[in-house]
Design a protein around this ligand. Sequence first.
Ligand SMILES: C[S@@+](CC[C@H](N)C(=O)[O-])C[C@H]1O[C@@H](n2cnc3c(N)ncnc32)[C@H](O)[C@@H]1O
Length: 261
Amino acid sequence: MTLVNTPYHHNLRSDYERLAGFFEAIKEKSKGTVFDLGTGSGVLSSWAAQYADKVVAVEINRTTSKIAQRNLEAFNNVEVVNADASKYQFSTKADVIICEMLDTALIDEEQVPVLNSALKYLKEDGVIIPCGIINCIEPVESSCEHISYEEDGFPKNSVLGDPIFYSKLMFSKPVEPKFKQMFMIKINRKGIVNGLKLTTFTLITEKIICGPTPMLNPPLIIPLKKINVVENDMLEVNLSYEMGGGLESVRARAEKIHPKP
Ligand SMILES: C[S@@+](CC[C@H](N)C(=O)[O-])C[C@H]1O[C@@H](n2cnc3c(N)ncnc32)[C@H](O)[C@@H]1O
């Protein structure tokens, strides 16, 4: 069978590091009825179809859903639906929900709004792939002054402080989309902090953790106003964003805390 793809979905399908974890999880967990939300080219559905009785593959983009339809036509237990998965009314409940609408810290894609709304269609003992994420924040000196993802080593950045693993989100319960937190970050190298680096690790299952790959959660660099720092300085950092709200929802500021004499 010849597969068809958009360039974006071709890149997703060529990222074997990303796919390997999903393949293992889908092989282990798929059974009964599976929903694949944001099916794209249909790659994850094509694996689930080999272990499940029925797969419902939902894709919002019309052209992409036609591509999925073609790629999945050999499976008579797959139904491709062109719809917004956050609004679609399923006629059954699922044993497994697959949803790969991930983005670094879940900011720029619809993982959280879609899963929050689809949870009511998951059976009580049902599972979600991926089951959650872990986020990490670090202060950096970056060569870029606007918000950007780190790809192929660009923008160049050096980490100047201790990492903080600041949130573990599990998708089995509704996730509050609005995030706001203050951090105290210890500097461990002299330099100029002008950014924050967010790194997201995906819990594909409780046992399969996937770090950033080229097409899965590349680190996000958020600009800050410049602060000269030396070892042992403390930065007070305030960060807020909305999961599913896009990069324009990100707000960040930092200041050096001077110890009282
Ligand atoms: C990161 S891609 C993943 C595609 C595929 N699941 C894979 O792993 O290769 C996310 C897909 O979700 C689709 N999508 C985004 N928002 C959606 C929504 N609300 N409902 C259904 N599909 C959506 C996008 O069009 C895109 O094809």
